[in-house]
Design a binder for this molecule. Structure first.
Ligand SMILES: [Zn+2]
Length: 525
């Protein structure tokens, strides 16, 4: 008696439709086997797989089975040739593979013939199957693109959301009340600085029992922080879908989202476990002989403990290798004091800052007016062309008008992209005032700051660790642009102005750090 194996496959789309289920496929194949008087030894069925050869578990099992029973001759039965493989390439590969095992392949809707013509027709049918699948896929993508353009997100919903059917909008993602409350608190906490980093976001979610207390990965938190759908916006560049407002309910405002992105891009000042408020210069000062960062310790004296910074490198030639805490910290404060800017310098900087911010704001409003005018012009052109189409029956003209209209729509869409970074409000007065205050007396701010902000202030002033020797002191150190203003000021006003102009972009960046310094202070108090 001839032995037979049956192979069935349903894709996830097939499953939704009726009549293509696994059972009906199997029973058709069994009926066929009975008619042919074959004995069915095994049935292999793949469910809801995309059709790539190596994702198909049952197909792999079938191949394994053949390998195991090399001596025997099998007939492999399946019901539809188009279902056998996803595309021509896989079809041919699979056929060759099966052929090596001394088998015959039989299909319910196709008779394989071992002739040039037979093989040709087989490939044509496989190709037709591929074409139908791809056309189908294209149609799905087109439909989804239209939805996406209208403001409906069509993919996997973000954590805390699920799809809901609604009369007005159809399928729409909507927040699940309980989960989303926790996510909202986490996002806002991070935006306002109550949660300092992504680890704290994870800890917060866990504490609140998010997902029933299942472990949360750092990448989950990061994805959450970067997810614009929470603010009710999205983009999908792969399909040419520009940034736009979505129709679903947002849980945070756009400005909160922007603030989160701003914070994610900032260099986070991490306080390590070994950091202690007793030794704020740990990690910020290094031995000028060997370049190693100073460590800190208490040394036991006759009557008390002496706090010390020291170089721990055995091969270092520095003598002595330790420096009293007070000495190093006093020198550091003196160094900060030398960076103080004078009132006349503050005046120049203030003027330029206010001018620059005003210019930015003017540019934004100019841009807006400009965009509005351009949009109106485009809309008018589109209207005229649409009008013309409706009045003509000349195919050639219609095609041409449509082409033009499409181009105009493209331009219109381009204009509708919001100018993201420019939307952030700038409080000119306070921002400038705070910046100047800090530059006029950095040492005072240093003394009053907690450990984390001390580190931040150090990076605002010097950006890297400073080499120091007991006899040499700090020597000449590299300062940031803002903290070099004092030296420029000493050279004269014209030097100062030239220096400010030349480094203006860098200055604006550094000022953002200063604003961050003050934000930290607010969130801590
Ligand atoms: Zn050293």
């Amino acid at each position: 008696m001839q032995k037979a194996l049956i192979y069935c496959r349903v894709s996830s789309e097939d499953q939704k439709k009726n009549g293509h289920g696994l059972e009906s496929q199997e029973s058709r194949c069994r009926k066929y086997a009975k008619e042919k008087k074959y004995v069915v030894e095994e049935v292999f069925s793949d469910q809801a797989v995309s059709g790539g050869l190596f994702e198909r578990k049952a197909m792999q099992e079938l191949l394994g089975y053949l390998k195991w029973h090399k001596q025997e001759h099998f007939v492999i039965i399946f019901d539809d040739l188009k279902r056998f493989a996803r595309d021509v390439e896989i079809h041919i590969k699979l056929r060759r593979l099966i052929q090596t095992y001394n088998t015959t392949v039989e299909c319910l809707n196709f008779t394989f013939e071992n002739s040039p013509e037979g093989r040709f027709i087989e490939v044509v049918i496989a190709a037709q199957g591929q074409l139908e699948r791809e056309q189908n896929q294209r149609q799905v993508i087109q439909k989804m693109t239209v939805r996406m353009e209208k403001g409906y997100w069509c993919f996997q919903p973000p954590a805390g959301y699920h799809y809901k059917k609604c009369k007005v909008h159809g399928k729409l993602i909507s927040p699940k009340s309980k989960e989303v409350t926790i996510i909202k608190q986490a996002l806002e906490g991070f935006a306002h600085g109550r949660l300092l980093n992504q680890k704290q976001v994870v800890a917060f979610l866990a504490k609140k029992g998010y997902r029933g207390g299942k472990p949360i990965h750092l990448s989950t938190a990061k994805a959450m922080l970067q997810q614009s759908l929470y603010a009710g916006y999205y983009e999908y560049p792969k399909w040419n879908i520009a940034w736009r407002k979505a129709k679903h309910k947002a849980i945070i405002s756009l400005s909160v989202y922007m603030r989160i992105q701003e914070r994610l891009s900032e260099k986070m000042i991490v306080t390590k476990k070994s950091d202690t408020p007793d030794f704020p210069l740990r990690g910020l000062a290094s031995c000028c002989y060997c370049g190693k960062l100073f460590t800190s310790s208490y040394s036991r004296g006759r009557n008390r403990y002496y706090p010390l910074y020291s170089c721990n490198d055995k091969n270092c030639t520095a003598k002595p290798k330790y420096i009293a805490k007070e000495k190093l910290e006093m020198d550091y404060i003196d160094l900060l004091d030398t960076c103080k800017i004078q009132p006349n310098c503050a005046y120049v900087l203030k003027g330029m800052l206010i001018g620059s911010y005003k210019k930015q704001i003017d540019e934004i409003s100019d841009d807006r007016i400009d965009i509005q005018t351009k949009k109106e012009a485009l809309e008018k052109q589109i209207e005229t062309l649409t009008d013309r189409i409706s009045k003509t029956s000349d195919e050639f003209l219609i095609v041409n008008y449509e082409k033009k209209i499409n181009q105009l729509y493209g331009k219109l869409k381009e204009l509708e992209k919001p100018t993201q970074t420019k939307e952030i409000n700038i409080d000119i007065g306070t921002a400038t005032q705070k910046t100047i205050e800090l530059l006029e007396n950095p040492a005072i701010y240093w003394k009053e700051a907690d450990l984390q902000r001390k580190k931040l202030l150090h990076h605002i002033a010097f950006s890297s660790a400073l080499p120091y020797g007991k006899n040499e002191g700090f020597g000449t150190v590299r300062k940031t642009v803002l903290f070099s203003l004092k030296e420029q000021q000493d050279r004269g006003k014209s030097y100062l102005v030239r220096y400010l102009r030349k480094n203006w972009n860098q200055i604006l960046k550094e000022i953002q750090n200063i604003q961050w310094f003050f934000k930290c202070q607010k969130s801590l108090s």
